[in-house]
Design a binder for this molecule. Structure first.
Ligand SMILES: *Cc1c(COP(=O)(O)O)cnc(C)c1O
Length: 406
């Protein structure tokens, strides 16, 4: 038997039949399985948690975590900005938020993507000198003053994060020592310089590590601003707030992060006195709001092990199979949907229908017994689910995605 991660708090106390947004899992599944159900009330509660912990800091949603239009429509009004990373995401963001609150980061922005962002009035996060030159040239042709921030490849990294994105050679952003020259190039070229964007990592659960990174980022922004000789209107401090996915993970103490950031900002260097600060979050806002429901198609024994074979798998929920950026495969929280809170009576491996041994959503997990026709819930499916999975692999239909009414 191998441990599972913790069932998220909104579901952990449930007994009997799993309810999502007040409706039984089986009712949601009437529409057909497999499917994702998202509860926007859970996202709204996360936003309130953030607001309580961070006074006077903007909250951005990094939409790559879950760009489903109906979910974006629910989140847009709750947050101060949306961060996108392609022209496709830009279109979705523009449908729910004014352009001035949208920023577009990502290496390898094509000319047509730069043009779309400039024409819309979104803020481009410039990732290289070459991109700066293309941005200015395209803006010149369009006759529009582009809004541009500099994305910094920081000389700090987010310690203990699942995915480190700073403190090393990187395709993302511009090395800190090259940033002042880049910003001067943008300002001299007529751009409306919006400030700095620093993203140092993802999925961090240590408040101390996040707070240290934020403090280092504020110091870095001040140093760069001094070298540029101009005050940045906005500093996007990145995010990296993690959520507990696996056994032993504890939630990030965001109140502690908020207190440390308030102290950091209270003592910030004078050049940042009028600067606004933003935190951009993806998974922390949406992961716990989503449940992936799949039906047991078959159960069988092999070599003394029990296998539950579902109609859903890694083609919809790659992350739960451990094949989306994890070094060691560990189990996401799972449950038999009509036996919440019942004691486990067997150890089973929960697998998907794909012809690959990678398609395993639960490796030797302890569960109450499930029979063909029963529903299995995979929690933490609100982020990096449908759009981060190889849905064309093996030709199964896509999963439905449903946003519960608030
Ligand atoms: C992916 C990404 C995020 C969101 O990361 P989460 O771990 O989902 O919070 C935020 N900012 C940037 C620049 C990203 O690339």
């Amino acid at each position: 038997m191998k441990p599972m991660g913790p069932i998220p708090p909104d579901f952990a106390e449930q007994r009997g039949v799993l309810a999502i947004a007040g409706r039984a899992a089986a009712e949601w599944a009437d529409a057909g399985t497999p499917l994702f159900v998202y509860d926007p009330a859970i996202v709204a509660a996360r936003v309130r948690r953030f607001r309580a912990a961070f006074a006077d800091v903007d909250l951005h949603y990094a939409i790559k975590a879950n760009p489903l239009p109906a979910l974006l429509a629910a989140i847009g009004p709750l947050v101060d900005g949306l961060d996108v990373a392609s022209a496709g995401e830009l279109d979705r963001a523009l449908a729910v938020k004014p352009p001035a609150s949208i920023s577009f980061a990502g290496p390898g922005k094509r000319d047509d993507e730069l043009a779309a962002a400039i024409a819309a009035g979104a803020t481009l996060h410039c990732e290289s000198k070459g991109e700066a030159a293309r941005t200015l040239a395209i803006a010149g042709r369009l006759g529009i003053r582009p809004r541009v921030a500099a994305r910094v490849n920081p000389d700090v990294e987010l310690k203990g994060s699942g995915m480190k994105m700073g403190g090393r050679p990187s395709p993302f952003g511009v090395d800190a020592d090259r940033v002042p020259a880049l910003v001067r190039l943008l300002i001299d070229g007529g751009a409306d310089w919006r400030g700095f964007h620093v993203y140092a990592g993802s999925q961090a659960l240590s408040a101390e590590a996040v707070a240290d990174t934020q403090a280092a980022t504020v110091a870095l922004a001040a140093r760069l601003a001094e070298e540029v000789g101009a005050a940045p209107p906005l500093v996007n401090l990145g995010g990296g707030f993690g959520i507990p996915y696996f056994a032993g993970d504890l939630p990030l103490d965001i109140d502690a992060v908020g207190m440390r950031l308030a102290a950091t900002l209270a003592h910030r260097p004078p050049i940042l006195a009028a600067t606004r600060f933003a935190i951009e979050l993806g998974r922390w806002l949406v992961a716990e709001a989503g449940v992936y429901l799949a039906r047991v198609v078959d159960r069988k024994e092999s070599g003394g092990e029990t296998f539950l074979i579902l109609d859903g798998g890694l083609h919809h929920q790659l992350a739960a199979s451990g094949n989306f950026g994890t070094v060691v495969r560990r189990n996401y929280p799972l449950a038999v949907a009509h036996r919440m809170g019942e004691p486990a009576t067997e150890t089973a491996s929960v697998v998907g229908p794909l012809c690959t041994p990678l398609d395993r959503l639960g490796d030797r997990v302890a569960l109450p017994r499930a029979e063909p026709g029963d529903l299995v819930a995979v929690f933490l499916a609100g982020a990096y689910g449908a759009t981060a999975s190889p849905s064309a692999f093996l030709g199964h239909p896509p999963a439905a995605e449903i946003v519960a009414a608030r």
